[in-house]
Design a protein around this ligand. Structure first.
Ligand code: PGA
Length: 258
C-alpha cells in the first residue's frame, strides 16, 4: 500500500484496562484473527497493565509478529522505590518495548521532560525500545505554540542521547485534544507535526537517523481513519488506546496499516 522503508508499527495501549483473564482472551482471539490476514507486513505490539505482562508474554511466545510493551518504567535497577517497576523486571517479564512520557503520565503523575529522559536512557540500557510520547494541549494549539512545545519535548526527552541511541527510539505524536475524545487530528495536521519532528531529527542527528526513526500517531485512531493517516509520508504507525480494547477493531487497524 505504501512504499516507505520504515515498517508499520501498531501499538495497543490498554491503559488501566483488562484483568489477566481478559488479556489472555484478547490474545487468543487476536491470534485466531491474525491467521486470516497477512500481518507480516507490520509490527504489532500489546501494552497491557503490569499485572498481565507475564501472562501475555507467555501466551505470545513464538509469535514473531507480536511483541509486548509496558506502559511505564522506572530508571533505577532495584532498591527502595515503593510501587515502581525497573527495566530489569520488564525484561524479565518479556517486554521488548516501553511507552514513556504518555500525556496521562505527564498530566496525572507529574512526569517531566527530565524524568522522561531518564526513563528513555534506562530503557535503552536494557535493550528495551522506548516509545517516547509527545503532544500539545488544545490551549497550546490554539495559542499556536504547537511547534515550540513539540521541539522542547523532543529536545528534552532525547537530551544527551547519541545518534545510535536515537536510532533505536520510536516517537509517538499524540495531541492531547485528540486522546480519547473521538476528535482525531486530520492526516494533514498530523503529518505537519510528524514532518516537523523528522526535521528536528535531521538537523540534530543527520538524515540516516531521521529516515530510520518510526514516528507513530496517537489520538482517536480507528479502523476508519488509519488508512488516511498511514498514507502520509511521515506517519509510520499508530499508538491506539480505546480502539485497541476490542479485537475486531484492533485487527482492522493493523490490517489497515499494511
Ligand atoms: P485513544 O488513546 O486512542 O483512546 O485516543 C490513545 C493514547 O492515549 O495512546
Amino acid at each position: 500500500m505504501q512504499d516507505k522503508q520504515r515498517r508499520p508499527l501498531i501499538i495497543a495501549n490498554w491503559k488501566m484496562n483488562k484483568t489477566i483473564m481478559e488479556s489472555l482472551q484478547f490474545v487468543s482471539d487476536l491470534r485466531k484473527k491474525f491467521k486470516e490476514i497477512n500481518i507480516n507486513g507490520a509490527d504489532t505490539v500489546i501494552a497491557p497493565p503490569f499485572t498481565a505482562l507475564k501472562a501475555v508474554s507467555d501466551s505470545i511466545a513464538g509469535e514473531e509478529s507480536l511483541a509486548l510493551a509496558s506502559q511505564n518504567i522506572f530508571w533505577q535497577e532495584k532498591g527502595a522505590f515503593t510501587g515502581e517497576v525497573s527495566p530489569v523486571m520488564l525484561v524479565d517479564a518479556g517486554c521488548k518495548y516501553v511507552i514513556i512520557g504518555h500525556s496521562e503520565r505527564r498530566q496525572y503523575f507529574a512526569e517531566t521532560d527530565e524524568t522522561v529522559n531518564k526513563k528513555i536512557n534506562a530503557a535503552l540500557n536494557y535493550n528495551l525500545t522506548p516509545v517516547f510520547c509527545v503532544g500539545e494541549s488544545l490551549q497550546q494549539r490554539e495559542e499556536e505554540t504547537t511547534f515550540k512545545v513539540i521541539r522542547s519535548q523532543i529536545e528534552g526527552g532525547l537530551n544527551g542521547l547519541s545518534e545510535g541511541a536515537v536510532n533505536s527510539v520510536v516517537i509517538a505524536y499524540e495531541p492531547l485534544w485528540a486522546i480519547g475524545t473521538g476528535k482525531t487530528a486530520t492526516p494533514e495536521q498530523a503529518e505537519e507535526v510528524h514532518g516537523f519532528i523528522r526535521a528536528i531529527l535531521r538537523e540534530t542527528y543527520g538524515s540516516g537517523t531521521s529516515e530510520t526513526v518510526r514516528i507513530l500517531y496517537g489520538g482517536s485512531v480507528t479502523p476508519e481513519n488509519i488508512n488516511n493517516l498511514i498514507n502520509k509520508p511521515d506517519i509510520d504507525g499508530a499508538l491506539v488506546g480505546g480502539a485497541s480494547l476490542n479485537v475486531d477493531s484492533f485487527v482492522k487497524i493493523v490490517s489497515g496499516s499494511i
